[in-house]
Design a binder for this molecule. Structure first.
Ligand code: ATP
Ligand code: MG
Length: 317
């Protein structure tokens, strides 16, 4: 029995050295770094001691070796990480702009990541878990959506809970079936982890944020909604309370992966039986820690690191 199962894109990431670095001229890049939103989530959760299983696909190449080794080193079960003999590992090139936004070139759909499958044996094994986490970024094609649907249905049938981070990306949402799949997960999850921008996407005309949250919680099965608020921290809503946890004060070096680390820490803490206030503080600390380190998965942290961060901020667990 796993604490957490997650599935989705695995990729090698290259980061432009300079701000505003262009993709249409030669320049220096740092990498490869192991990456992919669900992988960052999984790494964070595993480093906190959760038993995590991963389903994904990489090529039979050096990037694939790097990623599998990284997941394995974190203690993640990689039995359902497939190797593709035909296609290379997925990749992403990222360049930070002066205004803090990011530009990407992704090679996913035509890479090994885009060929992921999930057979009945793998499904059976992975679905024996307490939590199944889904990233909206993984709902990138009809085949990928089908994998998530089957996994979610089986986990639910086994009595497991579904957590969902919509991670809505403009370039993804117009693809066939993506919007419907996102809405299906919003309706079907137990724990919903949006950012401000994700909630805006879900708001109906004239609705403010509080009204959106109230409506989503009334209309759907979710019993916990945690709004990620970047440097401001997070706000959690349950049927009976609203918990506001201010962000830790840190120096932001690289915002990539903060939301994924936040989610990984939150679900790992809940799976470990921690009460919600405590789990939220750890998740906040994991997000804050993530932004202080360069590289998508390099800012994943263990419990001792998070406790040190909280202690330094004057918070006790
Ligand atoms: P991502 O870009 O990874 O998808 P996100 O939009 O899902 O991010 P954010 O709200 O940016 O999520 O970050 C997640 C959490 O990380 C926040 O709720 C907060 O706890 C922490 N965090 C992010 N940025 C900072 C920061 N600059 N200072 C302190 N904490 C931060
Ligand atoms: Mg996010």
């Amino acid at each position: 029995m796993f604490d957490i199962t997650t599935s989705g894109e695995l990729l090698a990431e290259f980061m432009a050295e300079a701000r505003n670095q262009r993709f249409d001229a030669a320049g220096r890049f740092h990498g490869p770094f192991a990456s992919g939103a669900p992988a960052i989530f999984a790494s964070q959760a595993a480093r906190m001691g959760a038993r995590v299983a991963y389903a994904g696909r990489v090529g039979d190449d050096g990037f694939g070796d790097l990623i599998v080794a990284r997941l394995r080193d974190d203690g993640i079960d990689v039995g359902a990480v497939q190797r593709d003999a035909e296609r290379p590992t997925g990749s992403a090139f990222v360049s930070y702009q002066a205004d803090g936004s990011r530009r990407f070139i992704f090679n996913l759909a035509h890479s090994a990541a885009g060929q992921q499958t999930l057979d009945e044996d793998q499904l059976e094994r992975l679905a024996a878990c307490r939590y199944c986490h889904v990233m909206g970024s993984s709902l990138s094609s009809p085949a990928a959506i089908d994998i998530v649907r089957r996994l979610v249905a089986r986990v639910r049938a086994n009595g497991g809970r579904i957590s969902f981070d919509p991670n809505v990306r403009d370039e993804l949402i117009e693809r066939p079936g993506v919007r419907e799949a996102l809405l299906e997960l919003v309706a079907g999850c137990d724990i919903f982890l949006p950012s401000d921008a994700d909630l805006e996407w879900l708001a109906v005309a004239g609705e403010d944020m509080d009204a959106s949250v109230a409506r989503l919680m009334a209309e759907h099965r979710m019993s916990l909604l945690v709004l990620k608020r970047a440097a401001a921290g997070c706000r959690a809503y349950t049927a009976s309370e609203v918990i506001e946890v201010p962000g830790l004060s840190v120096e932001e070096v690289d915002p990539t992966g903060a939301g994924d680390c936040f989610g990984g820490a939150l679900i790992a803490a809940l799976a470990a039986g921690r009460e919600l206030h405590q789990a939220l503080r750890l998740a906040n600390a994991a997000g804050a820690h993530a932004v202080t380190v360069l590289g998508p998965m390099e800012g994943c942290s263990d419990l001792a690191t998070l406790e040190q961060r909280l202690a330094a901020a004057g918070e006790t667990q």
